[in-house]
Design a protein around this ligand. Structure first.
Ligand code: NCD
Ligand code: ZN
Length: 332
C-alpha cells in the first residue's frame, strides 16, 4: 500500500546553526516542501541582516532540495513599525517566547501585559504578520500551558486581526481554546500525538522524550488526536523537531527537545493509518497550513509505502524519536 502527500509542510522547526544545521536541515528538506524555522538560535534572530545570513546558511545546507525555509524573527517588545515593514517580505511570522521558558529563550519577553506588547502587536496586526507563541507560564510544570490560556484569549480579543498560533499545544484545555476564537490557530507535534508523561518519566527516565511543553495526560493526548486525525482547520502539523547533541540530552540537566524531523512523515502516516484517517493526513501536513498562513508551497510529491523501516539509532550525534524501533511505513 502507498500514500502520496503533496508538498508536506512542517510549521515549527528548529534547525540551529553551524554543524548541527548541516546535519539536520537536509533531513527535513528531503521530505518536506517547506518549514517554519524557529529563531531561538544563539544569539536569536532579531535583525534583518542576521535573518538573511541565517536564511542563506539554510539554503546552502539544503542545496538542491525543493525546500522553502519560511523565516521567523524572535519577538521583541520594542520592534518599530518601520523595522517590521522593512523585514515583512522576508518573514512569515514572529515567534514570542516568555523569557527563560525554554531552550535559548533568555531574551524573550518578561512582561506579557497587553500594554507592554501593544506597539509591536499593533504593527504586526497592521502589516499582517502572524504571531507564534510558546504559551507557557512559569508555574507548576504540568499547569504551565493551561495557565497561559487567559493570555491567549486576551491577545486574541485585543488584536482581532492578528493571527495567533498557539505553538505545540499539549492539553485538552488548549485544544478547546483554539476553537473559541477566529484568530487563534495551533500547531501539534508528532511526539505529543504519540506519548504521554508516562512515556517520559513513568518508568526509566527517557531523556530523548523530554521537551517543553512536557507531554501530559492520556486525555490531553486524546484531545490532540481528535483535532489532528480529523484535520480540524484550526490546527496544522509543526514537529517542533528540536535537535540537541547526545551529550546535552544524556546528562544531568538534560536539554529540552525531541528530534523528529527525519521520521515525522513516516510516523504520522502510521498513526493516521492505524486510526483509519489517512484521507485527512494531507490536510493536517499541508493544506491547513497553506490556508492559515496563505502559502503556496513548491510542488513536491512524497510517496510512502507500507514496508518495515528501522529508525536509526542516531543521525550523526543526534538521537531521534523512537530510535532503533521498527515502524510500518517508509518513504519511497
Ligand atoms: C525547543 C528547542 O530545543 O529549541 N525545545 C523544546 O523542548 N521544544 C524549544 C521549544 O520549542 O520550546
Ligand atoms: Zn520549538
Amino acid at each position: 500500500m502507498q500514500v502520496q502527500l503533496t508538498s508536506p509542510l512542517d510549521m515549527h522547526l528548529h534547525f540551529r546553526s553551524g554543524d548541527m544545521l548541516k546535519t539536520v536541515a537536509p533531513l527535513s528538506s528531503k521530505s518536506f516542501a517547506g518549514g517554519l524555522i524557529m529563531p531561538n538560535t544563539t544569539p536569536p534572530i532579531t535583525t534583518k541582516e542576521v535573518l538573511l545570513e541565517y536564511k542563506q546558511e539554510i539554503l546552502d545546507a539544503t542545496n538542491g532540495d525543493n525546500f522553502t525555509p519560511y523565516m521567523t524573527l524572535f519577538f521583541k517588545d520594542d520592534y518599530s513599525y518601520d523595522f517590521l515593514k522593512s523585514v515583512k517580505d522576508e518573514i512569515l511570522a514572529i515567534k514570542l517566547y516568555p523569557a527563560g521558558i525554554t531552550t535559548n529563550s533568555e531574551g524573550g519577553v518578561s512582561s506579557l501585559s497587553i500594554d507592554n506588547l501593544r506597539t509591536t502587536l499593533e504593527a504586526m496586526s497592521e502589516l499582517e504578520i502572524p504571531l507564534c507563541i510558546h504559551g507557557e507560564s512559569n508555574g507548576f510544570v504540568m499547569d504551565r500551558e493551561a495557565e497561559f490560556i487567559p493570555i491567549y484569549k486576551q491577545l486574541a480579543t485585543a488584536f482581532p486581526k492578528l493571527k495567533i498560533i498557539m505553538e505545540h499545544i499539549t492539553t485538552k484545555a488548549s485544544a478547546d481554546a483554539v476553537l473559541e476564537f477566529d484568530n487563534l490557530y495551533a500547531t501539534i507535534t508528532l511526539h505529543h500525538l504519540y506519548i504521554t508523561l508516562d512515556d517520559v518519566a513513568g518508568g526509566m527516565l527517557q531523556p530523548h522524550l523530554f521537551c517543553k511543553p512536557i507531554a501530559k495526560r492520556p486525555e490531553d493526548r486524546e484531545a490532540l488526536l481528535n483535532l489532528a486525525l480529523n484535520a480540524n482547520e484550526k490546527v496544522m502539523f509543526g514537529s517542533d523537531s528540536a535537535p540537541h547533541p547526545r551529550s546535552a540530552k544524556e546528562a544531568p540537566g538534560c536539554a529540552a527537545g525531541v528530534f523528529t524531523a527525519p521520521i515525522a512523515l513516516q510516523l504520522l502516516t502510521q498513526l493516521f493509518a492505524k486510526h483509519n484517517k489517512l484521507e485527512n493526513l494531507q490536510a493536517f501536513v499541508s493544506d491547513n497550513a497553506q490556508k492559515i498562513y496563505g502559502l503556496k508551497p513548491i510542488e513536491k510529491t512524497i510517496t510512502l509505502e507500507q514496508k518495515e523501516f528501522a529508525i536509526p539509532a542516531k543521525y550523526k550525534d543526534v538521537v531521534p524519536f523512537m530510535a532503533n524501533q521498527k515502524i510500518e511505513w517508509r518513504i519511497v
